[in-house]
Design a binder for this molecule. Sequence first.
Ligand code: ZN
Length: 138
Amino acid sequence: MKSWTEYLWFQTAKRQEFINITGRVQEALNKSSIKEGLCLVNAMHITASVFINDDEGGLHQDFSLWLEKLAPHSPDSYQHNLTGETNADAHLKRTVMGREVVVAVTEGQLDLGPWEQIFYGEFDGQRRKRVLIKIIGE
Ligand code: ZN
């Protein structure tokens, strides 16, 4: 069995952003030369997500509005923020949107559905953060 490990770094301009990383994950897969296997992609920070969905701007706005209803960025209204932090909402948003995805690798390609794209979801940005890619297979 072969394996490949790679880290992607992000420093977003805004506090919250969704970034399509499908091309960068496929590039890592190309470098690995693995043709059949599994590809794990996970955020390494507890205020960021990796998730799969459609690359459609209106939908991304819908995600943002929905998340803001669930967990408003209102630093005074959370227990976590009594510790001096201001990012409780970002922890909650991350949990809803997920930590990681696993994508099948078939014939050297990410075996995604027709509209599936991989996103990095940042909820407390403007600082350097990492995503791990781990690919195993043959
Ligand atoms: Zn925190």
